[in-house]
Design a binder for this molecule. Structure first.
Ligand SMILES: *Cc1c(COP(=O)(O)O)cnc(C)c1O
Length: 233
């Protein structure tokens, strides 16, 4: 038999998954003695069909994350037209030649990680007259193959964003190395954000969002636990 791509989850399954994830977020927030509602769920819909996003919207989810500009551009403009409250976060590695389209599409860009991209985004924001919220992605594990500014360069890069490129940075994002205890990475990111007075901390995915919330995450990016296994792109 030919291999079939994994079918996307039904609307009922997505609604049930969302309810359960929201409950787990609320419990983790309470355990951390943090105010109710202090963590935003970013539902990561990459590789999922528009129907899956519509099912989540119908279940009250308004904040979504995508990691490819092209996929977001194909999927989101009609959804946004139908749901003005929708907010789109771009969370994937961003090429400088996609900066302009990213600025047009996104409400939040979470993956600013190098000077050339900072320059491209500053220019795109000027041309488009649109200013998405920006987060700097830190490669907390200093993994060579991974996006994100290396730890040793993070502070200088934050200063350069502000002083050289005139960009307001709202916060930080990280993806800890797979198969490692994520807690030290989350703690490091939280410490760096506090030192620089940055209020937004995007950290935690399906497997580790409760730990991230204990460490101060304000945004958790959750795909599989909401939409089920990703269909092959
Ligand atoms: C895919 C992705 C996620 C979601 O991962 P899950 O394990 O499916 O929850 C979160 N953040 C980024 C940057 C991603 O690319």
């Amino acid at each position: 038999m030919d291999q079939l791509p994994a079918a996307s989850a039904s609307a009922a399954t997505i609604a049930a998954n969302l309810a359960r994830v929201r409950e787990r977020i609320a419990e983790a927030v309470a355990r951390a003695n943090r105010p109710a509602g202090s963590v935003t769920l970013v539902a990561v819909s990459k590789t999922q069909p528009a129907e899956a996003v519509r099912a989540a919207l119908a279940a009250g989810q308004t904040v979504f994350g995508e990691n490819r500009v092209q996929e977001a551009a194909a999927k989101f403009p009609p959804l946004r037209a139908a749901h003005p409250a929708l907010r789109l976060h771009l969370i994937g590695a961003l090429q400088t030649n996609k900066a302009r389209e990213a600025v047009r599409l996104a409400d939040v860009i979470e993956s600013l990680d190098r000077p050339r991209l900072a320059a491209a985004l500053a220019e795109a924001m000027r041309r488009e007259g649109r200013r998405p919220t920006l987060l700097v992605e830190v490669n907390t594990g200093d993994e060579p193959q991974k996006a994100g500014v290396p730890r040793a360069e993070a502070e200088a890069f934050l200063r350069a964003c502000r002083d050289e490129y005139g960009l307001a940075i709202a916060g930080l994002m990280c993806i800890p190395p797979a198969g490692e205890d994520p807690r030290p990475h989350f703690e490091y990111l939280a410490g760096l954000a506090a030192k620089h007075g940055l209020g937004v901390l995007s950290m935690g995915m399906s497997a580790d969002f409760e730990v991230a919330i204990a460490c101060g995450a304000t945004h958790v990016r959750i795909g599989t636990a909401v939409f089920g296994a990703r269909p092959r792109p």
